[in-house]
Design a protein. Structure first.
Length: 196
């Protein structure tokens, strides 16, 4: 017997009942499908505070802190990846216009110590921001996906499959992009070190 459509029980405003009751087992099942295999091991505990109250509350995500901005790419949060990739660099260009032109030899000079401190301050601030908001942003993306999928006329098993496809991670894309950036960084440093 096929599954019943997942939007059969809805509130007067048309929103599925499970979406209006985030603590429900159906909501948690869909959240787990969206998050992926790490739901039970890690993210159930990290996102529990948002299941109770979805308003922003800083929590900590070491992966987002250490792998900023690539954690956002890995979690298919492409807009936030772009924000955490480009905004720190743009801020640094605005604060210290000469910082991007510094070679490794220039960085060792005493007159560039303030520029180095500013680079460090911007990078640490961006990483702290990423680590502090990552869980909340992931929850918001998951909740939105659950709501949109819940409005589709499909069976419960099909909606879980769609949530797994929309959510989860994009590991291969992340690894390829990190590899390209590391290769470009190594080529840049080698070009600055090797005399021409």
């Amino acid at each position: 017997m096929p599954d019943a459509p997942n939007n059969s029980s809805s509130a007067p405003n048309g929103a599925p009942t499970a979406m209006r009751a985030p603590g429900s087992s159906e909501f948690e099942e869909r959240l787990g499908a969206f998050i992926g295999p790490r739901w039970d091991r890690s993210y159930r505990k990290k996102l529990a505070v948002f299941v109770e109250d979805p308003s922003f509350m800083p929590t900590w995500n070491w992966s987002a802190f250490l792998a900023m901005p690539f954690w956002f790419l890995y979690r298919k949060m492409y807009l936030w990846f772009a924000a955490f990739f480009f905004i720190p660099g743009a801020l640094l260009d605005w604060l210290v216009p000469s910082a991007t032109a510094l070679t490794p030899d220039d960085m060792a000079k005493p007159e560039n110590q303030q520029a180095l401190l500013m680079i460090l301050a911007v990078q640490i601030s961006a990483r702290i921001a990423a680590g502090g908001v990552a869980n909340w942003l992931l929850f918001r993306r998951a909740r939105t996906a659950i709501r949109v999928v819940g409005l589709q006329p499909m069976s419960a098993s099909d909606s879980l499959q769609l949530l797994r496809r929309v959510g989860g991670t994009s590991g291969m894309l992340t690894y390829v992009l990190v590899g390209v950036i590391v290769a470009l960084g190594v080529a840049s440093v080698m070009g600055a070190i090797v005399p021409r």
